[in-house]
Design a protein. Sequence first.
Length: 226
Amino acid sequence: MSDTSYSHAKSAYAEIERMISALGLDWGRLEELREKAQLKFVAGWNMPGYMPDNEACDFESSEAALDYIKAEATRDLDLEADNAEALQEIDSWKSDAQGEFGCTFGNYHYWITKGDPLDSDERAELHEMGAVAGEWTCPDDVGDDLADHPLEGLMRSGWASSADGFQPAEFLILTSTGIRVCGELDEHGSATRAYLQHQDWDEPWQDYLAGDGDVLLRYAQRFFGG
């Protein structure tokens, strides 16, 4: 057995495994985590010494959070008072170099902090799912790449006592030179078993035994699903 062909088989299997894993990915959950991870700033207000009366708001930028705080402070002004100086002060508010802000103004304390929208489990989940998704942005992208993956797909029948009613019994999917996925078909033409083989020049085909047969079967059923 050639080390070169075995290495090619290992890479080919890893590619197939990644596509199949990406097909089974919960893309809705991945998008949810990605969106949540973008919420970088949290802003709110409360009476000093008391918990906030309303829920804090999440923002993607410090600028957006500051605009919210200014609008809330302006809304809380006494409409019957001369607010010229107060409005000027509110307009002068700036966040610090880290994008954070804090100021007690009137009856309330207004604040912006850097949020940590993902907990450790969510962050690990996002990292793992993102690694599976790779360059793909949706399951349709994965499906398109899978459809274009084989170079050729073939079928052949088994032994029979008559030429009447021949049915395919085996399949072969050539994915690249020297790499193929083979297996068996049921009476409906659906793959029931799959295995990967590799071959170097002038050498017989060898089974690649390190792969997961269920992964290869799910791959084969994309093309021979009955």
